[in-house]
Design a protein around this ligand. Structure first.
Ligand code: RM4
Ligand code: MN
Ligand code: MN
Length: 434
């Protein structure tokens, strides 16, 4: 991707739709009064949401696709500069996305200094870097068809390690402080690979990457049960991920992608276990119905998302040792305008976080200790069923962002302008069925 001199057109102050401010203030006052009756403080939740930050992936700005096809959108970004411009719009409207998570080589900058400068002008920084050894790149000498870190050939493993060192170098130049390693390594048929030795080889390769981490960096291992390998994936579950993180050292932690669990997995329980082990490194937020669907966070299972945030808020309040999760989005926007989808996503995350702030922790503990199942569950439901939207809108307002990001985005005419400016963007492709 080029980071040339494409001018960045600023995004105007988020327009407040007429009458919306007065309605909002009345809604907020009503909610604050209702919360007060329950002994809860709207103010505390608003301030917490103001501090909530989540990174946007560089691969989320263009229309995604499935292995069956992609339907491009007029005005989608053609370059990394244009993606940064789009990222700043999401941050401007939500007040909660000050960093971008880059995928290399999909969004490899050709001038890190210029990119960093541009980012800082846009009020942005960089979150965890993402490597890619699940595709062969043009000109690459050895193939990852049969694995990267788990490959039986040391030369292939070496090539994959070198790629990770390169990703770390780019991240250093950009001021990132973490690398996320998701591996497609696995087998599609029994007998294809040694189930045990393939894992050992992944661990040994990761040791080399870990050894190259700058002192202030963390390494996140991300598991996924299947796809593209359909019989056995090497890092397929949180247990394998935890084994890797524990074997590597203190700065290796696990990343939980919400779509990377077999059906019916209790994801909040996975989160609790990793928190307990001091190994919860971060998240890839999204939602799913069947598998790694990469749908808008909160669109399918909002209660599950809330329960995940409940675990996080408890850990935050208890000041759990080592608790510093990196929040990131990982979605594929196949049907919706990617920017509107991201605005919806951030809104949903802010909302789940706000609701988790409304749990009465003291009451919950009493009910748990006295075995009052009904009342314990009601504490959670009371929070989840509260319409917390005024708290989230207020947090955004105080951060100089939009009351209603999607409405402001539509009113701004941004996409229509970009469709006129970004000529030739239709047909832009980014491989995505992962
Ligand atoms: C994978 C995984 C990784 C992401 C790739 C594109 O399924 O979620 O985090 O980098 O997709
Ligand atoms: Mn992911
Ligand atoms: Mn995924």
């Amino acid at each position: 991707m080029k980071t040339g001199n494409t001018p960045v057109t600023g995004f105007l102050q988020p327009p407040i739709i007429e009458g919306a401010l007065g309605d909002h203030q009345r809604d907020l006052a009503g909610l604050a009064e209702r919360l007060d009756r329950r002994g809860l403080f709207a103010e505390r939740a608003v301030e917490a949401v103001r501090r909530f930050e989540v990174a946007i992936p560089s691969w989320a700005f263009g229309s995604g696709g499935t292995r069956f096809g992609r339907f491009p959108l007029a005005g989608e970004p053609r370059t990394l500069v244009e993606k940064m411009e789009d990222a700043s719009v999401v941050h401007r409207l939500t007040g909660g996305t000050p960093r971008v998570s880059l995928h290399i080589p999909w969004d490899e900058p050709d001038d890190c200094t210029a990119l960093r400068q541009l980012a800082s002008e846009l009020g942005l920084g960089f979150d965890a870097m993402n490597s890619n050894t699940f595709q062969d790149q043009p000109g690459q000498s050895l193939s990852y068809k049969l694995g990267s870190f788990s490959h039986t050939d040391l030369a292939v493993r070496r090539q994959a390690i070198d790629h990770h060192l390169h990703v770390i170098d780019i991240g250093k130049a950009l001021g990132a402080e973490a690398i996320t390693v998701w591996l497609a390594d696995g087998s599609s048929y029994p007998g294809q690979m040694s189930l045990r030795k393939s894992f050992d080889r992944v661990l040994e390769s990761l040791r080399d990457v870990y050894a190259a981490l700058p002192p202030n960096w963390r390494l996140f291992t991300e598991h996924k049960p299947y796809e593209p390998a359909f019989y056995a994936t090497v890092v397929q579950d949180w247990g394998s991920s935890l084994l890797l993180a524990q074997s590597l050292g203190a700065r290796a932690q696990c990343l939980v992608d919400l779509g990377h669990h077999l059906p019916n997995t209790n994801v909040e329980l996975v989160v609790a276990r990793l928190l307990g082990a001091g190994k919860l490194g971060g998240f890839h937020f999204n939602d799913s119905k069947y598998g790694d669907d990469d749908l808008t966070a909160g669109s399918i299972k909002p209660y599950g998302l809330f329960l995940v945030f409940h675990e996080l808020v408890q850990a935050e309040r208890e000041r759990l040792t080592g608790f510093s999760p990196a929040y990131m989005i990982d979605q594929s926007h196949n049907i919706k305008d990617p920017l509107e989808d991201l605005l919806q996503t951030v809104d949903q995350l802010q909302l789940a976080y706000a609701k988790a702030q409304l749990v009465d922790h003291d009451a919950l503990e009493v009910y748990q200790n006295t075995g009052d199942v009904v009342m314990a569950e009601r504490v959670l439901k009371d929070a989840f069923e509260t319409d917390a939207r005024p708290l989230v809108a207020e947090a955004r307002l105080r951060n100089g962002a939009a009351l209603d990001p999607v409405a402001s985005f539509r009113a701004s005419g941004y996409r229509v302008r970009k469709a006129a400016e970004r000529t030739g963007s239709v047909g832009y492709t980014q491989p995505r069925s992962l």
